[in-house]
Design a protein around this ligand. Sequence first.
Ligand SMILES: [Zn+2]
Length: 167
Amino acid sequence: MTTTTADVTAILGRLITAASPYEEIALTDAMITAGLMWRCPCGANNGYDDIACGLCGAARLWAEDETPPRYEYGELLDDLRAALKDWFDDRPRIRRPAAVSFRVTTEYDDGSAWATDGATVFFSSSPQGLDYSHDFERSAVADALVEISEFDRPQTGDTLRIVVPAI
Ligand SMILES: [Zn+2]
């Protein structure tokens, strides 16, 4: 059985309905940490599959990928997204970002590449990203970045920002 976003929305709705007002606050915070709800910069909390804020109407931030314009990355991008999902699935206690972007480096041996360190994480609650302190070195994320770098060498000014799915 495949879980759909409709299932997630229904389950979370049941939990919220069952919660006391005190429990609802804790539950909402936990769901935002887990990426199962999202907080707008205005402060309102929104459902998993809402594309706009229910209070202020603003579009959900960081809901789209941004990639260099030269090629469609296709499966290479799917691999990177799956690797990022696994990475954050393994770290359930840190707040799950809406998206991650990578920097271009020329420090590696074989030309310009997407760096495994110095990434930026983005949360729906802010139009600014935050520096990510971990290095994706020797992970599936790093492997996916190598594949993309070999397919299309990044150029100065390129952006590679990938939405991280919560489920
Ligand atoms: Zn809002």
